[in-house]
Structures are given as structure tokens and as C-alpha cells.
Ligand binder design. Structure first.
Ligand code: MG
Length: 396
């Protein structure tokens, strides 16, 4: 079997997604993959067009060999752009292998270790009462774990916002850490007093704190028994993780922006974290994400795959497939998609009683409707900026 064509798409059925379709010389056999990188969707597409040239004429069944070919073909290795592009190819190759075997990808990876993948949803509001209402809404729908935030990232620390400097450019939040550090424990005090202690709640600090502030937050939230505190620090503050770890017994989850196994290793070996937030999409696909979770296993680190709204249905299906089979599974962040996204990308995973079910169709169980994708062209988008009240960029 040979790869005959690598088709790359950037489409915006509600959100921008970077997609790939790898065609083979076997009639009707192709694989689909996703390389979406929030704010850099077209850059990954260009990387995919570039490395796609290396794939023509190769055997798509040789997943491990193609992974290393793409990773090692350049002197410059890794980084978020290339790892997302490699991930898209890797997902498409697993999809082809599944279709060829007439089996879902989770079967190729070893079969079910669980019936479904526990997921968490996002609860938020302008104040603790609104947030409580939002958390209750998810619980009533059968979800078992809910993230709780005041507003968006930065919570009560977002004291103002500035409009874009020019059309199509990002807006700016004004963030003051002291307001955030004071407001967040008050939110959880309210939620625990109204929802009780058994409900599984978590909180996302979104890497906006200095190390000592992150330690203060983890300690102040300890009485409220979080499922975990998400991304309290940027992963590169390596020398500061012990300060945070020693401050409390609040479980720690980190790594949604990690793209390399080498950045995961010290977090595992030093036992600085409880959950790793990588996912196939940004570390080079299912092949590499599985290896990282195997490295995590002896250090009692469990998966908590990143799955926010900027991660599309193909990447979500890849995450669920892998977390169905690994022994050290923790939780999966969950998002649902617009009707337009379902039209462009039919076959998304379903949730039942708070658990995502792996796709039972061959491969990843997903498709790309090219005609529909063309009706939703790419929309320029950036991540929001964060500044302090004095006008300086927020440095953390
Ligand atoms: Mg997050």
C-alpha cells in the first residue's frame, strides 16, 4: 500500500480546525487526522503541506517508522507547530490501520481497560452564585466532575479589559494576581457550603501565576478538596515546582502546552505532579502520547488530557481511544461541538452518564466532509493578551 496524496484543510465551523486527509492507492481507503493549534491553525497547515511531500509513495502501515522520519527529517526537532503536524499525520495513519483491520483504534492499542472515559465540564459565572448554578446544570446532566471558575481565566483577578487595537487582533485582559488569589478560595467556600464535599470540583489557574503565588493558591484551596488544581505554573518553571508541591496536598495537573516527552520526564521523576495534561494532538499523536503515559505509569501520574473548545472532534476521538486502554487514566476535559462542526466532522464521540464512549466504528470513527468544510472558511483568530494595570505585559 502507498500514500498517494496528503490533503490539508483549515476550516471554521464555529472554531478553526486544521485537518488532514491521507489518501492511499487502495480504492476508498484514507485516514483523517487533526493538527489544530489555537491561534496558529494556518501555520500548522503550512507545516503539514511541507512534510506531506515526504509521505507520497510511502507505506502508511509503517506508523512508527513514519513518526521518526517526520520527527528526525530536519535538524530542528519538535516545537508546537511540528508536533501538531506530526500528530495529524499519526492520527490519520492509525485511522487507516483501523479501517484496514475493520477495528476501532482502541482495539489496535490493546482493547478496553474501561467502559468509558470520565470527563469534566466547565462551570463558570460572574460570581459564586452564578457559578454554582452553572455547576449544578452539568451535574443535573449526569456529569460527575466540573471545573469551577469566576468568569474566564484569571477569575476575580481580571479587573478590566481593553478592546482590540485593530480589527481581527486580540483583546487584552487586565489581570491583578492579588484579586485572583483572594477571590478563588471564596468561590470554593461557597461551592462546598452549597454543593457539599462529595461533588468532584477542580479549578484552572491557566499558568498565570508566579511560583510563590501558585503555592499560596494551592494551600488556600486545600480545605476544599479539589479533584486537582489545573496548570498552576508554566511547565518551564522547573526549579520552582518543589515550592508548589511542598505547599499543600492539593493534587496538581500540568502540561496542556507541553509538546515533548523530555519536558514531562522531570515532572514524573521528581513526583511534582499527579496528572499530566498532554494529549495526542500536541505531542505528535497517539504513538507518542502512549509512550509518555507509559513513562508516567511507574511514577503514579495519571492522564488528564486537555480537551478545551479549541480541540476538534478528530483529536478528541484520538484522546478517548487512547484513554480507553491505558491503565493510568485520570480524567478527560470535555467540550461539545456546534451543529456546523458535526456537519464538517461527522462521527464525534458520545457521552453517557458522565463518561465518553470510544468510537466503535473502524479507525477513529470520524470523517471530513470536504464540501461542508469549504463552506466554513478560516477566520483570523488570536489568543487574548494579558497585561497588568500599569500597562505592562503580564510576565509569569
Ligand atoms: Mg486549562
Amino acid at each position: 500500500m502507498k500514500i498517494t496524496e496528503v490533503r490539508v484543510f483549515v476550516t471554521c465551523p464555529g472554531r478553526n480546525y486544521t485537518l488532514v486527509k491521507i489518501m492511499t492507492d487502495e480504492p476508498g481507503l484514507y485516514g483523517v487526522g487533526e493538527g489544530t493549534l489555537n491561534g496558529s491553525e494556518t501555520i500548522v497547515a503550512e507545516a503539514l503541506r511541507h512534510i506531506g511531500q515526504l509521505l507520497i509513495g510511502r507505506d502508511p502501515q509503517r506508523i512508527e517508522d513514519i513518526w521518526h522520519l517526520l520527527y528526525r527529517q530536519g535538524y530542528w526537532r519538535g516545537g508546537p507547530i511540528f508536533m501538531a503536524a506530526i500528530a495529524a499525520v499519526d492520527m490519520a495513519l492509525w485511522d487507516i490501520k483501523g479501517k484496514q483491520a475493520n477495528l476501532p483504534v482502541y482495539q489496535l492499542l490493546g482493547g478496553k481497560a474501561r467502559e468509558g472515559v470520565l470527563v469534566y465540564r466547565h462551570g463558570h459565572g460572574r460570581d459564586p452564585i452564578e457559578c454554582e448554578d452553572s455547576v449544578r446544570k452539568w451535574l443535573e446532566q449526569g456529569y460527575r466532575v466540573v471545573r469551577a471558575q469566576i468568569g474566564d481565566y484569571g477569575g476575580a483577578g481580571v479587573v478590566d479589559s481593553l478592546p482590540p487595537v485593530s480589527p481581527g487582533t486580540p483583546s487584552t485582559k487586565i489581570f491583578e494576581p492579588v484579586n485572583y488569589l483572594m477571590g478563588t478560595p471564596k468561590l470554593f467556600e461557597h461551592l462546598r457550603s452549597t454543593l457539599g464535599r462529595e461533588v468532584e470540583l477542580l479549578h484552572d489557574a491557566h499558568e498565570q501565576l508566579q511560583p510563590i503565588e501558585a503555592a499560596q493558591l494551592a494551600k488556600s484551596l486545600e480545605p476544599y478538596r479539589l479533584f486537582f488544581l489545573e496548570d498552576p505554573l508554566m511547565p518551564e518553571h522547573r526549579e520552582s515546582w518543589p515550592i508548589l508541591r511542598q505547599a499543600s496536598t492539593t493534587p496538581l495537573a500540568i502540561g496542556e502546552i507541553i509538546t515533548s516527552r523530555w519536558d514531562c520526564l522531570p515532572l514524573f521523576m521528581n513526583k511534582w505532579i499527579d496528572f499530566i495534561r498532554i494529549k495526542p494532538l500536541h505531542v505528535g499523536g497517539i504513538t507518542e502520547a502512549r509512550k509518555i503515559l507509559t513513562l508516567a505509569e511507574p511514577f503514579n501520574v495519571r492522564s488528564a488530557f486537555h480537551g478545551a473548545a479549541d480541540i476538534g472532534p478528530i483529536a478528541q476521538s484520538a484522546s478517548v481511544s487512547l484513554q480507553t486502554v491505558i491503565p493510568n487514566f485520570g480524567v478527560q476535559e470535555w467540550t461539545s461541538y456546534s451543529d456546523a462542526a458535526h456537519e464538517v466532522l461527522p462521527g464525534a464521540c458520545q457521552v453517557q452518564d458522565g463518561y465518553a464512549l470510544p468510537n466503535e466504528r473502524p479507525g477513529l470513527g470520524m470523517d471530513i466532509n470536504e464540501e461542508a468544510a469549504a463552506r466554513y472558511p478560516y477566520q483570523t483568530a488570536f489568543m487574548p493578551l494579558v497585561r497588568r494595570r500599569d500597562g505592562s505585559m503580564h510576565v509569569y
